[in-house]
Design a protein around this ligand. Structure first.
Ligand SMILES: Nc1nc2c(c(=O)[nH]1)N=C([C@H](O)[C@@H](O)CO)CN2
Length: 118
């Protein structure tokens, strides 16, 4: 299996369980590994035969910036479903960080894997 990846996609959104967090926008950071087979695109030299990381990034920015989840877990599951449904991604690994959430920590967040490696 090959990987198309996106690292450090930063998006501002409403997210958090506390009252003050419903009134502000905070940054979340997305790191993605997307399972795919790049050979058809490599042979044809054709963007339509692969996962377009620009299109995916733009879609994620639109989705995340318009969302208002309480937990990063909920946001992560919806991102995974979106990628599998809209971009036919068979397997993904998603790291979702909320770097401003704990001042004493450089970053906090979650990592999920969904789908099957083909
Ligand atoms: N596992 C999680 N823990 C916490 C979350 C979360 O989304 N998932 N959220 C918070 C608060 O919103 C926090 O980010 C505010 O600093 C606390 N723990």
């Amino acid at each position: 299996m090959d990987i198309v990846y996106i690292r450090g996609l930063q998006v501002e959104t409403v997210i958090g369980i506390y009252d003050w967090e419903r009134e502000v926008r905070q940054c979340v950071c997305v790191d993605l590994d997307l399972g795919t087979d790049i050979r058809a695109a490599a042979h044809a030299d054709d963007i339509d035969s692969t996962l377009n990381y620009k299109s995916i990034s733009d879609r994620l920015i639109a989705f995340i910036s318009g969302s208002e989840f309480l937990l990063i877990e909920a946001l992560a599951e919806e991102i995974a479903s979106l990628l599998m449904d809209e971009f036919s991604v068979p397997w993904l690994r998603l790291q979702l960080g909320k770097p401003g959430a704990v001042p004493e920590a450089r970053d906090v967040g979650i990592i999920i894997e969904r789908g099957e490696k083909r």
